[in-house]
Write a protein that binds this ligand. Sequence first.
Ligand code: I22
Length: 338
Amino acid sequence: MGSYPDTVNLLEYLRSRSSVDCDCLDTQVATTLGPFVDCTSNQADAYLELLTPKRTSLLKKSAALAREILSDFTGVSYEELAVEISMVNLSLAVAPLITGVIHVMSNPLLDATPAIVDNAKRIVSLCSRLEPGFDTSRLCIKIVSTWEGLQACHQLSSIGINTLATTLFTMEQAVLAAEAGCVYVSPFVHELKAFFDETYQDEGPILGHCLQIQQYYERYSYRTRVKAAGLLTADEAMRLAGVTSLTLAPALVHTLSKSEDSKKEVEALSLFKQGSESQGQASERLSLIDDEIKFRTAFAKSEGGKGQLKTMQAIDIFRQYQIKAESLMRDEDVARSE
Ligand SMILES: O=C(CO)[C@@H](O)[C@H](O)[C@H](O)[C@H](O)COP(=O)(O)O
């Protein structure tokens, strides 16, 4: 409740309209700024968390276990396995503090479908190994929204592994993700570079995608849900109130928790009008799952070619953090053997 009868606390209002997730792996954030539904993360979150002194022991344990069990797996290096184990361990630590699902991102350096499928299966099996009682229906594998990544999602959903299509910037990727059976898609509101380079000015938020994709899924009865990601401001969050879910960085959750505004104004901001049947025109139904050329052509043209560029830029940033995390694990291995 706000301090005046007609004012609302922005975070409370948002939670009344959308599921709010924790976009980080810090257990203190999950405890102090919750309640959160899901916990999302990526290679950058994991790497930065592993650098903190409170995670030294988790890092060391993950690295030691990777050495110990490496021979149980084929086609994976010690470094890759150690990063996977650490990412699962970090998410499992947050799991008791949330009510929903942990989202662990697959290795963004992998670009072929079979390798992505193997990677996702290994993450699921590591999760069961690290915490035998953990209900893996609470685990979702985040996979990049390329043709190969979404084909991997298709194979994984057919064997009951939950997937989330990440680094998603176009309607075409959202259409393919739904056909692939992804449980969630994460349309990025801002380009990922805007989070890592303060001097970089992206084109500004793309919020309409979230509404358009949600309407498309509702209209054609797909089970896939929208989890908006990559938001920078409180205004963007309030404009998305009503999206199925959104994942927010700690600083943004904090800002929202300290802000109040008139209920009327807050309601007026949302692109998702309450109780209104008609929220604009939903797109015509498309099918892309069996037509690689059709997908690639449409994706390359989407948003004047910018959608594909933003996707590749985001994947490249996550790759850089995967490489940094692997290097951290290599250093740890060297230090242990000295
Ligand atoms: O993709 C998802 C959720 O599905 C997010 O974790 C997404 O990666 C993040 O919102 C963006 O990467 C921005 O956050 P961050 O990189 O600053 O942690």
